[in-house]
Design a protein around this ligand. Structure first.
Ligand code: MN
Length: 234
């Protein structure tokens, strides 16, 4: 192998509940506006025809239980509690009826967002990267294999900040279901084991500040935690 000029990035590995083996993280896809009431609070009409996506670099993953510094460049740093789908087999152009065959399991996720930058980009019809794809913005908790819990189609999804409930909905209210998302995304990408998909957040998103403690849960899937630290003054 050729010698590298710089140290190579390490592959992040996602813990799996009840197993010693971990899932190597490949790509992070995120569905936008996949709950009606969240679309409404964002001032947009949701598109029921097809999901749309943005991505986050795998390097921007952080595990549940982390303390992440309040990120630079924002004054409106938001939580978004989401169901995360973990791909476990190659999937390309799969029909909806067979899409779940490619799903290894599920996890709780936090799609952390610099809302002011996302909204400014939206208004200027620019990409969302600065608002969505930044360091330690993709928080994922332990994966639970579908062989253990099946493929959840309903269950309360909740998020609390400092013990106060901010988001409370049910994953049955996803506009585009997990098999629909996997089938649709597989018409654009050759999905691979270790790819994960954030499926969108319900209503109730809001800001956090240094010192805040976030806890989220999805019935039958698990829990997730995140603490907000002070800004990195560099
Ligand atoms: Mn989201």
């Amino acid at each position: 192998m050729n010698q590298l000029l710089f140290s190579a990035p390490t592959v992040s590995a996602l813990p799996v509940r009840g197993r010693t083996e971990q899932v190597p993280l490949r790509r992070i896809f995120c569905v936008g506006r996949n709950y009606e009431a969240h679309g409404r609070e964002m001032g947009v009409v949701v598109d029921r025809e097809a999901p749309f996506y943005f991505t986050k670099a795998a390097e921007h993953y952080a595990p549940s239980g982390s303390t992440v510094p309040y990120p630079p460049g924002t004054g409106n740093y938001h939580y978004e509690m989401e169901l995360v789908v973990v791909i476990g087999a190659p999937v390309f152009r799969v029909p909806v009826e067979r899409a779940l065959d490619g799903v290894f399991g599920y996890a709780c996720g936090l799609d952390m967002t610099r809302r002011d930058l996302q909204q400014a980009a939206r208004e200027q019809r620019r990409p969302w990267d600065l608002g969505k794809d930044f360091e330690q913005s993709a928080i994922v908790a332990d994966i639970v294999p579908a062989t253990d819990i099946g493929h959840p189609r309903e269950g309360v999804i909740e998020l609390r900040v400092n013990g106060e409930t901010k988001q409370h909905s049910d994953i049955s209210l996803l506009i585009h279901s997990v098999p629909e998302i996997v089938a649709h995304l597989s018409t654009f990408y050759h999905l691979q084991p270790g790819d994960i998909i954030f499926t969108g957040t319900p209503e109730g998103v809001g800001p956090v500040k240094p010192g805040d403690e976030i806890e989220g849960s999805i019935a039958g899937v698990g829990t997730i935690k995140l603490k907000i630290g002070t800004p990195d003054e560099g």
